[in-house]
Design a protein around this ligand. Structure first.
Ligand code: SAH
Length: 344
């Protein structure tokens, strides 16, 4: 069995190759090859001796992701990739090209255990966690495509399939790897973690001392509605999520984004906007309204444009910072899990 080094920190690679007589600084050299130059064949690591390359190839593997399917949206700004790992598991990764930069949305789990009513990723439950290396492999796959067009990944949103805070250690490894100079050298401020609201892990993330952005999938202004949409609310009710988010904002100085899916007749009425404004009043927060991407299996519908505008105005008039998510990729079913469900 060869040891996979993709997903290791440079120091870990150094430790792994030391028994084969490679000096410590080789760890960082190898890390640069795999993370910055996307080299997966030891033979191409030309600053190592031919003998060292042979040793490495005999004992180590560099496991990344391969493309199984791709869909480009009509707007030409969004493309979705179904990427395959060595065990046959596949996840979705989305590239969004904005005028202000390229953003990649990565998945953290194959499937999801959270059971949110509106979400296609969770329809068949969870299959497994992704490793830090597998999360990074998605990002670097896209980065390589962009590099061919002389551009790079600028921001990362951890909003693909899976609940990132239910895969905490691998999530943290991924985030720290992205930040390393020998990898993407990305600022923590350019990374956003989205969660359904697992309170102890939000607190843990706040204590890490890294200023990544936090997005909370709120989706409802009352426990009654939220518990119907999101089973996690029965374990960590709305008010406990808000307190954890406040603490996160205070510790990191980062404004929290609350995502709010608008679903026809369920959470889109004027009284819901009023209740949402009331619970967010005085908090360091943005609300991002997302007209639901209909999931036919669940019978949840998108509100009319008039109702979306009404909800927006209901927040704005109460001085809540609010945006409506520009719907990129609705035609390629970019909502979580929809491509994977069709292809596997
Ligand atoms: N588990 C994390 C991250 C993955 S979901 C979380 O809950 O935040 C990423 C975002 O996509 C969440 O806000 C989620 O609620 C939203 N989403 C899921 N299904 C959707 C759908 N059908 N339409 C619109 N947004 C959806």
């Amino acid at each position: 069995m060869k040891t996979n080094i993709f997903g290791m920190f440079a120091e870990e690679i150094a430790q792994a190759v030391e028994p084969y007589g490679l000096q410590k600084y080789r760890g960082e050299q190898i890390a640069r090859w795999i993370y910055q130059h996307n080299i997966t064949d030891f033979a191409q690591m030309t600053n190592l001796s031919v003998e060292q390359r042979k040793f490495l190839a005999e004992n180590f593997a560099i496991l990344t992701a391969v493309e199984k399917a791709r869909q480009a949206a009509a707007d030409r700004q969004t493309s979705k990739y179904l990427l395959l790992f060595s065990d046959g598991a596949a996840v979705e990764t989305v590239l969004m090209c904005h005028p202000y930069g390229n953003s990649v949305c990565v998945s953290t789990q194959v499937g999801c255990a959270m059971g949110c009513l509106f979400c296609a990723s969770t329809l068949h439950g969870i299959i497994r966690n992704l490793t830090g290396g597998e999360i990074l492999a998605q990002l670097l796959y896209i980065d390589r495509l962009l590099a061919a067009e002389s551009t790079r990944v600028n921001t990362i949103v951890i909003m693909g399939s899976g609940e990132p805070l239910a895969n905490y250690d691998h999530l943290l490894r991924f985030i720290h790897l992205c930040h390393q100079e020998y990898c993407l050298n990305l600022s923590y401020r350019n990374i956003t973690v989205s969660t359904c609201g697992i309170v102890p892990e939000i607190n843990k993330l706040a204590a890490e001392g890294i200023p990544v952005n936090l997005s909370i999938s709120l989706h409802a202004p009352t426990n009654e509605i939220r518990s119907k949409l999101m089973p996690i609310n029965q374990r960590f009710p709305l008010e406990t999520v808000l307190v954890a988010a406040d603490r996160y904002a205070e510790k990191t100085g980062r404004r929290i984004t609350y995502e709010y899916i608008l679903i026809d007749g369920i959470n889109d009425k004027p009284e819901h906007a009023a209740a949402l404004a009331a619970i967010l009043k005085g908090r360091l927060a943005n609300v991002n309204l997302i007209p639901v991407n209909p999931v036919p299996e669940r019978g949840l519908l998108r509100p009319s444009d008039a109702h979306i505008k009404r909800f927006f105005a209901g927040l704005q008039s109460r001085h809540i910072n609010v945006t409506i998510r520009h719907e990129m990729g609705a035609d390629i079913q970019a909502a979580c899990g929809q491509l994977r469900n069709r292809m596997t």
